[in-house]
Design a protein around this ligand. Structure first.
Ligand SMILES: Nc1ncnc2c1ncn2[C@@H]1O[C@H](COP(=O)(O)OP(=O)(O)O)[C@@H](O)[C@H]1O
Ligand SMILES: Cc1ncc(COP(=O)(O)O)c(N)n1
Ligand SMILES: [Mg+2]
Length: 569
């Protein structure tokens, strides 16, 4: 593959060779239409067409320097040309959220602003056509768009401007959601638009995604009541020029499944998923089309893109079934599948405080087994005795059992305002929505855990050296665990750092520290007395959980720690 450095060399040497893009017909057309005097030859290879446009422009202008942008990472990019929905369930807002959920960049050209909520559309104000043109040019001339997705196109003029601009700035694929009427029944593009859709826009589309009403309108009122009708409609719409047609059956009467028909001119694909019983289907069409565009931008073929998109909508609807936003009949859903877990907590998580490390209880499944207790009972006793944070360290548990125990412990911890962390298992922490994780040096790197868990979760890292403590800080951890301070049976082959090592790490650490390893009632005082302000507490395993009464031992340790006047508590 030719590198950017290679392009630069060629251009600077004025040899007039560009090695570029596995590309589509429109890109080839674009290249041959270029009349660039000093561009002698173009060999198409593994670079992106979008890059070509920028580079050729520079040759065209006689630019002598092309920046060596090998370090730039190309991100899949969808441009949505659609209307704004003030309720943010459909339109531009749905497109942005769907693309964010599918991890592609999304730019926006707004064609109309609607006053809209879960009841319906109260008002529409079209953006002046010139200004739609200006937005299109701004984005397409600069931003390396892969796929354009259209939603609400409220006037013939806007459709024509879009089609002409796309001829000037071709993209890899065009996804057309021929939006006409909102689910609430309000008109977003009147019937006068139909002939322009048929004659100008549809022939340019790689895929069109009409719902039943839209397909019927495009086919002069054809009745669509069965899956067979949808197939016929798909075939007739395909005759109008789009490469693929997806007829969506979200509104198919008497259907226990949500059935969509995809036709590519050769084959029909019947895509079925269980119909989710929910009022929150406002914006499904916009989101489906954006997700198709997102997958196409990543380079997937149409059939895969449509399957992923349908599964995405189905998953998001299932997750959002009970969400209650607005009082009308048509609610929005949660594109990012994150809203519910937080709002359902009766006891909201509070932010992490270093003083949470004061009495840090770490569970051990073998000890619980030996004493015949469940993890949840052990955790409850530790909290009743004064534990200020709990970590579940279940090395032997089956994942399914571990998850169930973690959920039970989380309920107990939340009701006492005590954070619950999971050792190692970021997946389990995500699945039960724990407060965070604790990772060792050979576990999931803290910076990766941070991207998986998000900014608000607690991340702790085990560190033995100042260098590891520094790295934990750089990686975005919240605290470090330093040890083993004393020898212990809980962790085999674990070298001890002693009180000196602990002090060295604490002094170097920008993060609060909890000491761990062989600490109990008899020596906790000595540990805390090293007198370094960011040593905030001790973490204990056996001293609490390998005892007859967890409650009694935790209380004893609590009073020892109170007596030792830990910094910041
Ligand atoms: N209740 C539902 N359960 C599962 N999937 C649905 C449901 N309603 C719509 N869908 C799916 O969402 C997508 C959008 O379909 P549809 O609602 O017909 O389009 P529009 O929003 O444009 O009217 C389709 O893939 C459809 O199968
Ligand atoms: C701005 C705008 N664009 C599109 C739709 C269609 O969405 P739906 O059919 O899901 O109501 C909408 N309601 N508003
Ligand atoms: Mg719908």
């Amino acid at each position: 593959m030719a590198s950017a450095a290679f392009f630069s060399t060629c251009l600077l040497a004025n040899k007039n060779y560009l090695f570029l893009a596995p590309t589509n017909a429109s890109a080839k057309g674009y290249i041959s239409n270029l009349r660039v005097p000093n561009l002698a030859s173009i060999v198409l290879r593994n670079e992106r067409f979008v890059r070509l446009r920028g580079l050729v422009a520079m040759v065209d202008e006689g630019a002598s320097k092309v920046s060596d942008d090998d370090s730039r990472m190309k991100i899949p990019h969808v441009l949505t040309v659609a209307g704004s929905d003030s309720g943010a369930g459909a339109g531009i807002q749905a497109d942005l959220k769907a693309c964010a959920a599918r991890r592609v960049y999304c730019s926006t050209v707004i064609t109309a602003v609607t006053a809209q909520n879960t009841v319906g559309v109260q008002g529409v104000s079209n953006v002046p056509e010139d200004f739609v043109a200006e937005q299109l040019k701004s984005v397409l001339s600069d931003m390396e768009v892969d796929v354009v997705k259209t939603g609400m196109l409220p006037s013939i003029g806007i459709v024509k401007i879009l089609c002409n601009t796309l001829k000037e700035f071709p993209v890899q694929a065009l996804v057309v959601d021929p939006v006409m009427v909102s689910t609430s029944g309000d008109v977003l593009a009147g019937p006068s638009i139909l002939s322009t859709f048929r004659e100008v826009l549809l022939p340019m589309a790689d895929i069109i995604t009409p719902n039943l009403k839209e397909a019927s309108a495009l086919l002069n009122g054809m009745q669509l009541e069965t899956v067979d009708d949808m197939r016929s409609a798909a075939r007739l719409l395909h005759n109008m020029g789009p490469k693929n047609v997806l007829v969506k059956g979200g509104d198919l009467p008497d259907s226990s499944d949500a059935v969509d028909i995809l036709y590519d001119g050769l084959n029909f694909y019947e895509l079925r998923s269980p119909r989710i019983r929910t009022r929150n289907t406002h914006g499904t069409g916009c989101s489906l089309a954006s997700c198709i565009a997102a997958e196409l931008a990543k380079g997937y073929p149409v059939v895969s893109a449509v399957k992923v998109a349908k599964r995405y909508v189905e998953t998001a609807l299932g997750y959002s079934k009970e969400i209650g936003i607005g009082n009308g009949p048509q609610g929005p859903f949660d594109h990012l599948l994150r809203l519910k877990s937080h709002s359902q907590d009766c006891h909201r998580q509070r932010p992490f405080s270093p003083s949470d490390l004061f009495l840090y209880a770490v569970t051990d499944s073998r000890m619980n087994k030996r004493w015949g207790r469940s993890i949840a009972d052990a955790v409850k006793a530790a909290i009743d005795g004064g534990a200020t944070i709990v970590q579940l360290r279940e090395k032997d548990a089956e994942t399914k059992d571990f998850l169930e125990s973690a959920k039970a412990c989380l309920r107990i911890c939340r009701s006492h305002g005590v954070p619950l962390l999971i050792n190692d298992r970021v997946d389990v922490a995500i699945a039960c929505d724990a407060d965070g994780v604790h990772v060792g040096q050979s576990d999931m790197p803290a910076h990766v855990a941070r991207t998986l868990l998000g900014p608000e979760k607690i991340i702790g890292v085990s560190c033995k050296t100042p260098e590891q403590a520094q790295q934990a800080w750089v990686d975005g951890a919240d605290y470090i665990g330093c040890g083993g301070v004393y020898p212990t049976n809980t962790k085999e082959n674990n070298t001890t750092v002693g009180l000196d090592g602990l002090k060295t790490v604490c002094t170097a650490s920008k993060l609060p520290v909890v000491a761990i390893g062989g600490i109990g009632v008899s020596n906790a005082g000595a540990v805390m007395e090293i007198g370094v302000p960011n040593l905030k507490g001790v973490a204990v395993v056996s001293a609490l959980f390998d005892r007859e009464s967890i409650l009694t031992e935790t209380k004893k340790l609590h009073s020892v720690l109170l007596g030792s006047n830990v910094g910041g508590t």
